[in-house]
Design a protein around this ligand. Structure first.
Ligand code: EPZ
Length: 423
């Protein structure tokens, strides 16, 4: 398995181009199941999770081509409505196929996504919503079996604004003629991108004056051509990397208002920013970094996916800071690895208390999830000496060409495979 060797003490300088959003393109690719017409998606990042999603679509009977950032999906015979376990276990987001398959076939068998490193991550909100739309949901030997005589539009209130449940239910309702109203939905920008695609396909999807998501479904939906929105988690991760190395980096091709809370926190911590229409320029500074209290929350709150990179930044602040991870029950796996690099962090349930240190030192560490892996990469850039990061495949799930983008702005990150390369 690939590892990264990271040479520390580098200030990043230059421009980083942001890719299309992983968390928008995954559900949008799944929305191709709602039509047999050609489906073209531009600015698709070359990620492990994208390749897994294309395998899933192929396993269900679609033909998928992917070149130069554009995916073209066409029908290739009849669709299947059962998904093999080995694909679901690789990626929880594969459960998003449930909505489209239920809408098209009134019957679908999807392996239950197991828990993952971040915690149990049940799908009860998805299933409750499908039941409101008229489906019967049962579990059978690790599979969810969805079946419906008739699906009908409904008013559904989510007990928690789950991103995945919002997307799954939107896609299902888009193929149910009539008006479905979803209340207490996730408001992440990725939801807007999925809504834009479903609207282009012929369903009308919009947010009403009460902030509810209204889906006016149709009997059939058209093919579509769409360009994926910029990845706000990738852009936020590189902004934090620039700030941590006290570098001078233009994060280009992003949507600053999708990172507005992070920009507030960075400026509050003393990081100078120039905010443009489609870029954020992180400027150099030599004043101490101010420690802050931060709590993750559904959008527009502080993104849980940026909690780990943010922790690395706070490790280098002058004083005590606090992080409250309020979305996932086990999302501090990067903390002990940062401690091995010299950080002073104590975690207790959902709270991490960080006492800033002057300097981190390179160490041999292991990534446990994609955002925690990137947090270790940032720590390696700032540390004295060499950091070796194992299980880089986690980082490859969510960051397109991370070493290429970082080395282009002055980092020294080498990817190697100890089983193949002799270093
Ligand atoms: C999406 O996951 C993202 N993944 C995650 O990004 C992101 O961290 C998360 O939203 C929160 O923003 C994709 O978009 C592919 P949730 P999702 O349903 O949909 C609980 C990354 O780093 N929950 O909003 O799975 C759940 O256990 C990944 O790119 C239920 O209890 O997140 C969690 O504690 C990691 N029942 C919380 O809600 C349900 O039916 C948020 O989950 C569904 C969720």
């Amino acid at each position: 398995m690939d590892r990264f060797l990271v040479e520390g003490g580098k200030k990043l300088k230059g421009t980083v181009k942001i890719s299309g959003s992983k968390n928008a393109c995954l559900p949008i690719l799944v929305a191709s199941l709602l039509t047999d017409e050609p489906f073209v998606l531009h600015r698709v990042p070359n990620l492990r999770d994208v390749r897994t999603t294309l395998k899933i679509l192929t396993a269900l009977g679609k033909k998928a081509q992917y070149e130069n950032g554009t995916v073209t999906i066409t029908a290739d015979g009849a669709l299947k409505n059962m998904l093999p376990y080995e694909l679901v276990k690789q990626m929880r987001a594969s459960f998003w196929v449930a909505g489209p398959l239920l809408a098209r076939f009134k019957e679908a068998v999807i392996p239950l996504p197991g828990g993952c490193a971040l915690g149990a991550r049940p799908v009860d909100i998805h299933l409750k919503g499908f039941e409101r739309l008229g489906a019967v949901c049962t579990t059978d030997r690790g599979n969810v079996v969805l079946s419906a005589q008739q699906l009908q539009p409904a008013k559904i209130t989510l007990r928690f604004p789950s991103v995945g449940a919002t997307q799954n239910l939107m896609m299902c309702a888009a193929l149910i003629p009539g008006e479905t109203v979803l209340e207490n939905v996730a408001k992440e920008p990725e939801i807007d991108d999925v809504a834009a695609v479903l609207t282009k396909m012929g369903a009308e999807v919009f947010t009403d004056e009460k902030g509810r998501l209204v889906v006016r479904g149709q009997k059939a939906l058209r093919g579509v051509e769409h360009t994926v929105v910029a990845d706000r988690i990738e852009s936020g991760s590189y902004m934090i990397a620039a700030a941590a190395t006290r570098g001078d980096v233009k994060v280009d091709g992003c949507v600053p208002e999708h990172n507005s809370i992070l920009l507030e926190y960075l400026q509050e911590a003393g990081v100078p920013l120039e905010i443009g229409p489609d870029y954020v320029h992180v400027k150099p500074y030599d004043t101490p970094l101010k420690p802050l209290r931060m709590k993750t929350a559904p959008y527009p709150g502080f993104a849980t996916d940026l909690q780990a990179p943010w922790m690395t930044l706070m490790v280098l602040a002058q004083g005590a800071s606090e992080i409250d991870e309020d979305i996932f029950e086990n999302r501090f796996m990067h903390a002990p690895e940062l401690v091995r690099m010299g950080a002073d962090i104590v975690t207790e349930k959902s709270i991490a208390r960080v006492n800033g240190v002057k300097q981190l030192s390179g160490a041999h560490v292991m990534a446990s999830d994609l955002r925690g892996g990137f947090a270790l990469l940032i720590a390696g850039l700032c540390a004295q000496g060499i950091t070796e990061i194992e299980r880089v495949y986690h980082i490859d799930r969510g960051y397109e060409d991370p070493e290429g983008k970082l080395n282009a702005v002055g980092a020294k990150v080498t990817r190697y495979n100890p089983d193949k390369d002799d270093f």
